[in-house]
Design a protein around this ligand. Structure first.
Ligand SMILES: *[C@@H]1O[C@H](CO)[C@@H](O)[C@H](O)[C@H]1NC(C)=O
Ligand SMILES: *[C@@H]1O[C@H](CO)[C@@H](O)[C@H](O)[C@H]1NC(C)=O
Ligand SMILES: *[C@@H]1O[C@H](CO)[C@@H](O)[C@H](O)[C@H]1NC(C)=O
Length: 176
């Protein structure tokens, strides 16, 4: 019994340590999925130029458009049509009608997205400059995912994990 208990404690300690290490580690390892407009999503009254500012979009990252499917859509256009909000002949219509579209940033160029149905004129448009990722050997901690996104990601994933581990630990200690 004592051995089992010690084993579980070790396991719990290891789990907590793993979480702590994950919290400390930079997010460099994986591609980033950007929710366009953050908490607001793809809608009116968001300045997407401001939203995109300070973010670096790398090849392999993803854009995630979350929107009211009865209103907005997601069209990829060229720079001229972006500037003039022309939605008649998009390069690509990403709209599936689900209100959630995932766009892979798999080409290094500036990509232009607008909503048709007149919303582009109200500012529902975003230009995304996609760059090559920095070379992997030169480790640089400042891949600038916005701190907000990073923190919310951590809060969403790691905090519940920590709580779950803590809860599991408690229940083990209570039960044994
Ligand atoms: C968005 O913000 C930028 C930078 O502050 C500004 O230049 C631009 O006019 C704004 N766009 C809209 C549609 O308000
Ligand atoms: C964008 O597409 C329109 C229509 O096909 C074309 O007239 C315009 O020249 C294009 N602009 C650029 C920058 O390629
Ligand atoms: C990028 O992804 C789109 C959608 O999945 C695909 O249609 C396109 O062929 C891809 N382009 C490249 C260069 O991989």
């Amino acid at each position: 019994m004592a051995g089992l208990r010690r084993g579980i404690r070790w396991w719990a300690a290891a789990a907590v340590l793993t979480c702590v290490v994950m919290l400390i580690m930079p997010p460099e390892v994986s591609a980033v999925r950007y929710i366009v407009g953050g908490n607001m999503g793809w809608t009116t009254n968001v300045n997407y130029t401001v939203w995109a500012q300070g973010k670096q979009f790398y090849l392999g990252d993803w854009l995630f458009f979350v929107y009211d499917r009865n209103q907005m859509n997601v069209l990829e256009v060229n720079s001229t049509d972006y500037d003039n909000c022309i939605s008649d002949h998009p390069l690509h219509d990403w709209t599936t009608g689900a209100g959630r579209e995932v766009v892979p940033l798999n080409v290094t160029k500036t990509r232009y997205f607008i909503s048709g149905k007149g919303f582009c004129f109200g500012g529902v448009k975003v230009a995304i400059h996609v760059e090559k990722p920095p070379p992997p050997p030169t480790y640089s901690p400042q891949k600038s995912v916005s701190p907000g996104l990073l923190n919310s990601f951590r809060a969403q994933i790691f905090v519940p994990v920590l709580f779950a581990v803590a809860a599991a630990w408690d229940s083990f200690l209570l039960r044994l």
